[in-house]
Design a protein around this ligand. Structure first.
Ligand SMILES: C=C(O[C@H]1C=CC=C(C(=O)O)[C@@H]1O)C(=O)O
Length: 470
């Protein structure tokens, strides 16, 4: 791996030291990129849009080929691709971590803001299983727009030696045409069909997992299913994301390499060596209805969930697996008492974890240590993964895998790709179905029909964004 070339100006940040162990280094020399971050004028991008400003997700109206990481209107959106790193197999997370580090080492950047998400950033989506046919990817968009409480910025990434686009040119493209701003849902319902398993087969699969748990093969197994959804008319990925962001503002509305969703589960955020994680497991499903009825129902469900022995035990497995993965990598880890998280479609038992990482452990190393937690796999991990592989009947692809972003010094934010879908390349339409996923933790006392209904409730964010009435 070569040493960095001459800095284009003295404000460029020095690159961190090169990685010494890397499957990546053996195969290819890292690409040299040039990044430039500039602050955007106040009011151009606003959390809610409107008032003369544009919301981050509004920038994606009508677009394919987008990336998104937005919560409460803040985060990152982008388009184009300056670099794509791919990996597969058991070492996929470490290979991506190492390849990104080598890329950063070879690259240059200007960034006077130096805030989380400014400067070099890659967004990633990682397959759930080491045996998956789906590739795990880190992608560097050519244009990335960010917004936090201090304001908005724009990062452009080009190959080293290539000119960055003129700022005026990019700013002119930041306001999509008015025609693209209006989301007109198709009046016709999408066609929804079974994925790997018919509903009856899923009920049988839950019963089979219960039987295996009773036989002592595992203590908890997270089983999932998929549906194929063909909207009546083509739907741009950017418009799908705007619907998800509007309906589930407290979730992370994400899109990376055609993996899209609105997830409530934070795998790990690393900022200034401090980490945060939010473990979710244990669910009560909400019914559609008017606001007042739903609010009363949510209070009742919250009490029920907090007292449910089955859900508390299910949650405890997930909480314990996250803590035991983090402890060896941290100088301090603390977990709050479980609480109830209320979302528009479901309620979950939630544990907030905070900690301080030891040494120079980065976000992707934490992701590698945490994945798969018992929130998406089960307990014990290897036994549960074996049962999933034998009973679920599908390759999960990137569903239930890590999704998020990493910056130049290895910090960033990663969630679990739940409430998600795999979109076909080129976007979803009548001939090109979205594959929507949902799962749930199976415990000895699980009732198959309840577990099936729970998966449907968890699919609701994607199904309604695709135009289905559930
Ligand atoms: C596996 C999923 O949810 C997990 C996260 C929260 C609650 C869960 C549960 O109660 O089963 C699951 O562990 C999913 O949404 O597909």
């Amino acid at each position: 791996m070569g040493a960095p070339g001459p800095a284009p100006d003295s404000s460029a940040h020095p690159a961190p030291a090169a990685s010494t162990s890397s499957a990546w280094r053996a195969t290819t020399a890292p690409t040299r990129l040039s990044f430039r971050t500039v602050a955007l004028p106040a009011g151009v991008i606003t959390p809610e849009g409107g008032d003369g400003g544009t919301g981050l997700l509004d920038l994606l109206a009508g677009r394919e080929d987008v990336v998104s990481w937005v919560r409460h209107g803040r985060g990152l959106v982008g388009w184009g691709q300056a670099l794509r790193l791919e990996a597969q197999g058991p070492d996929r997370i470490e290979a991506l971590r190492s390849a990104w580090r080598a890329t950063v080492y070879a690259s240059w950047w200007r960034d006077a803001l130096v805030r989380p998400g400014t400067g070099p950033v890659a967004l990633g989506t990682i397959a759930f299983s080491p045996a998956s046919a789906a590739v795990s990817v880190l992608t560097v968009p050519r244009v990335l727009v960010g917004l936090d409480d201090s304001g908005a910025w724009l990062t452009t990434a080009v190959a080293d030696g290539e000119a960055h686009p003129e700022l005026a040119e990019v700013l002119a493209r930041l306001r999509p045409p008015a025609s693209a701003q209006t989301d007109v849902p198709s009046p016709d319902a999408p066609v929804v069909s079974a994925g790997a398993l018919l509903e009856a087969d899923y009920l049988a699969a839950v019963a089979e997992v219960r039987r295996r748990i009773a036989a002592g093969e595992a203590r908890k197994v997270v089983l999932a299913r998929d549906l194929l959804v063909r909207p009546a008319a083509p739907l741009a990925t950017g418009d799908l994301l705007r619907r998800l962001g509007a309906n589930y503002p407290s979730c992370w509305t994400f899109a990376v390499d055609s993996t899209v969703g609105a997830t409530p589960e934070l795998l790990v955020r690393l900022e200034n060596r401090r980490l945060a994680s939010r473990v979710l497991a244990g669910t009560a499903r909400r019914r559609p209805g008017d606001a007042a009825t739903r609010e009363r129902e949510a209070e009742r469900l919250a009490q029920w969930l907090a007292a449910s022995a089955k859900n508390r035990a299910e949650h405890e497995f997930a909480r314990a697996s996250a803590l035991s993965s983090l402890e060896p990598l941290c100088s301090v880890v603390e977990a709050a008492a479980p609480r109830v998280l209320t979302l528009p479609n479901v309620l979950h038992l939630a544990t907030d974890i905070t900690g301080v990482v030891a040494g120079d452990t980065g976000a992707l190393s934490l992701v590698g240590a945490l994945h798969p937690t018992a929130a998406v796999c089960g307990t014990p991990t290897a036994a549960a993964a074996r049962v999933i592989a034998e009973v679920e009947g599908m390759d999960r692809g990137r569903y239930a895998g890590p999704v998020g972003w990493v910056d130049w010094h290895g910090e960033g934010e990663w969630c679990i790709a739940l409430r998600s879908a795999a979109l076909p390349p080129g976007g979803v339409g009548p001939e090109a179905p979205a594959r929507v996923f949902g799962g749930g933790g199976i415990m000895p006392e699980s009732v198959p029909a309840d577990e099936l209904a729970e998966t449907t409730a968890k699919m609701r964010p994607m199904l309604t964004a695709l135009g289905a009435d559930v």
